[in-house]
Each structure stands twice: as structure tokens, then as C-alpha cells.
Ligand binder design. Structure first.
Ligand code: SAM
Length: 249
């Protein structure tokens, strides 16, 4: 899979817009993005901005009107196609605010395709603010030059998730009680990380019974759930994802 991020990073502001972009399109932004461009960056007509829409890639646009609450932009040039995203899902038991925000932000930067909150027996955080998590995904994608957003799934119970597990997707199950050293293979994959209290023995058996499950160890130390998640994602990206083929110059 080819390298995706542009290097060096651009000094132009870069924004995600939920609007299909195309040559010569015009669009208006209101709310936070308009405030950011006009009141924070103090940009006015003629200023250039990069936009991406998670569908058609990245575009250059120019501000044509800048009001305090509304900015009009004209798309001028296509810069990049939407990147191919390595096929890795991260399944994680929700953890406290702050740590989960960090987890979502960093997993997006590392290149994850899909984030799936999983409710397990010992999950202590059951109510999730998905809008807040989505905002972190968008911000991280804007910052790290992704042209594709990570998808955020609705929270799912572990049993339901296992019952509907796709036949062709490997499930790397990070088992603090022991597993094989993590040596990721190619192909559609997912990494499952448990809650701070760990998995119950019953859950552990149910996961291990899945033919696609591969119990893995992340070393001799017990990692916090967020550390475990990001360590495993980094290891997968470095061996089976797009880091192996990336060059930064
Ligand atoms: N309370 C558990 C215990 O003391 O054994 C620890 C749970 S750990 C904080 C949270 C999750 O991170 C685990 O369920 C597992 O998925 C993952 N994890 C942490 N350290 C790990 C390791 N060394 N190997 C595999 N998975 C690990």
C-alpha cells in the first residue's frame, strides 16, 4: 500500500468539510470552522485553505467572502485523491474521558480505519459521547494530513460482536493472561483491547473460541488499556500496515 501523507506538512489551514467537493464547487462554512478561519486565524478574501471531504480527497480552496459567522469558499484545484486506508479496526472497551479522547486521537494519527467501542462485563464507562469522539477524529485527521476519517461505530456488546464477526477478518485479542507474541499478518484485521479491569474468564473463552481469534501478548508488563491499544496498532501498522512502504521525503 503506498504512502499517504503529504510531506512536508503544509502551512495552509486544513479543514474537513461534510460536503462533497469537486472542481469549481463553492461552499459556505458556519459555526466553529468559520470562527476558526476568520476570528482565530484572521483570514479574509483571497486566503487559501485546504479542504478534504472523506470522499473525493483533498482540494485547494480560496476564501471569497469572510463574515464573522459565515465564510464562503471557492474550490480551485484537486490536490490529492482520498488515501487508501489500511484495513485495521480497533475494538476497545470505553475508558474514562480524557484517556478515551487521547486514544481516539492517537489511533486516528496512527492510521486506523475503524474504531469500535465494545461493552464488556468489566467496562465501567457505558455512556459515550460519540459526537465528542467524532470531533477528536476530525481534528486529528486535519492535523496529521489524513484525507480519510476513521469510522466510529456505535458501542456494541462483546457477545453480539463475536456472534456477527466477519469470516475473513482476523481478531487479534490482546490477552493480559497470555498469548503469542504479536506478529501481525497481512489482510483484514482487528485488535481487541479489554477494559481496565481486564476480561472475565468467560469472555476470554468466548473470544478464544472464535476461529478468527489470535490471542496475543503485548509483553511482560500489564499496560493500561490506552497504552496497550496504541502499542498494538503501531506494531500492526509497522509490519502489516502502510508504514512499511512509506517514505517521508
Ligand atoms: N486488570 C488486568 C490485570 O491486572 O491483569 C489488566 C487489564 S489491562 C489494564 C487492559 C487491557 O489491556 C487488557 O484487557 C488487555 O486487552 C490489554 N493488555 C494490557 N497489558 C497487556 C499485555 N501485556 N498483553 C496483552 N494485553 C494486554
Amino acid at each position: 500500500m503506498p504512502a499517504t501523507p503529504a510531506w512536508p506538512p503544509s502551512s495552509l489551514p486544513r479543514l474537513f468539510v461534510d460536503h462533497l467537493l469537486s472542481t469549481d464547487a463553492t461552499l459556505a462554512l458556519e459555526g466553529a470552522p468559520a470562527n476558526y478561519l476568520v476570528n482565530v486565524l484572521r483570514l479574509g478574501p483571497g486566503a487559501r485553505v485546504k479542504l478534504f471531504d472523506d470522499r473525493s480527497g483533498e482540494w485547494l480552496a480560496e476564501i471569497v467572502e469572510a463574515g464573522k459567522k459565515r465564510v464562503a469558499l471557492a474550490v480551485t484545484r484537486h490536490l490529492r485523491e482520498r488515501e487508501p486506508v489500511p484495513d485495521l479496526w480497533l475494538l476497545f472497551a470505553p475508558i474514562k474521558r480524557g484517556r478515551i479522547d487521547w486514544l481516539v486521537e492517537k489511533a486516528t494519527e496512527l492510521g486506523i480505519a475503524r474504531l469500535v467501542p465494545v461493552l464488556t462485563r468489566r467496562t465501567i464507562v457505558e455512556r459515550l459521547n460519540l459526537d465528542r469522539l467524532r470531533a477528536h477524529i476530525v481534528e486529528a485527521a486535519e492535523q496529521c494530513e489524513r484525507t480519510a476519517l476513521a469510522e466510529l461505530a456505535e458501542p456494541q456488546k462483546l457477545a453480539a460482536l463475536l456472534a456477527a464477526w466477519p469470516a475473513e477478518r482476523l481478531l487479534y485479542f490482546a490477552d493480559e493472561a497470555g498469548g503469542e507474541p504479536f506478529t501481525p499478518g497481512a489482510g483484514a484485521s482487528a485488535i481487541l483491547i479489554g477494559p481496565e479491569g481486564g476480561f472475565t474468564d468467560e469472555e476470554r473463552s468466548a473470544i478464544r473460541a472464535l476461529p478468527q481469534a489470535r490471542p496475543i501478548s503485548l509483553g511482560p508488563r500489564i499496560l493500561r488499556a490506552d497504552t496497550a491499544a496504541l502499542a498494538a496498532v503501531a506494531l500492526w501498522m509497522g509490519t502489516a500496515g502502510d508504514w512499511a512502504t512509506s517514505s517521508s521525503a
